[in-house]
Write a protein that binds this ligand. Sequence first.
Ligand code: PAF
Length: 279
Amino acid sequence: MFIAHSIEDLRAHLGRYDHPAFVPTMGNLHDGHLALVRQARPLGDVTVASIFVNRLQFLPHEDFDSYPRTWDADCAKLEAAGCDVLFAPRESDLYPVAQTCKVHPDPALADVLEGHFRPGFFIGVCTVVMKLFTCVFSEAKGKRTAVFGKKDYQQLMMIRHMVQQFALPIDIVGAETARAEDGLALSSRNGYLSAEERAEAVQLSLVLKALAATAKQGAFDLPSLEAEAMGKLRARGWNPDYITVRRQSDLQLPVAGEPMVVLGAARLGSTRLIDNLEI
Ligand code: PAF
């Protein structure tokens, strides 16, 4: 696996390939990330992953400083999963001067749900993804593909919207959420959970599953059902930000006959977990 720390080295190396398939990450890799890499492999003539903990998408009180940096383990896992090129820029490589030019995604999509509870989050995500795309795809001659997990459902939607709005010649592939045996969605932040919290954590997906089943039957009073679902979690010691049923196409309120998705975010102890289920 070729490792590039600078944009220059990355571009010089990728010049020999035509159609990269790219998986951006912030490291601390788990099986969900590796499944994305495996899914990317047949989609290009070179598989590229990036590891960059992006300061721009963390609020001042969030875990940027303590976000786990697990470099040696990450490299070994990527290599075993068949990644060809790892782009791991230092902060001074990607942001040599303050990144004052930013991508401001559509507020109708970016300021709800995750964006409501983490203001500015999607500006940080879209800005870094746009920059990573220009680093990874600038030398490409054919099809360009990037793979994102559906676990970060709203993020995937924001990226698709950005790509469409800027007419970026990149296919965005959404990969199914990888889950532990008990159903907990795999996440880098699961590592923060104590043993007791880890056993409890599956309840988020169970609550979403139950709500999805009721919504599927055509339930009409979704706000009460959502409140009830949050109440269930609260009663078990969680602190939910939202549990909600939305329209898949734009995350606005559901409309009869259109595909829906149930999304949730809740804090267990000091760990904030998110999950979703398409209906
Ligand atoms: O999903 C993530 O790990 C990050 O938000 C991403 C897409 C790598 C951008 O920093």
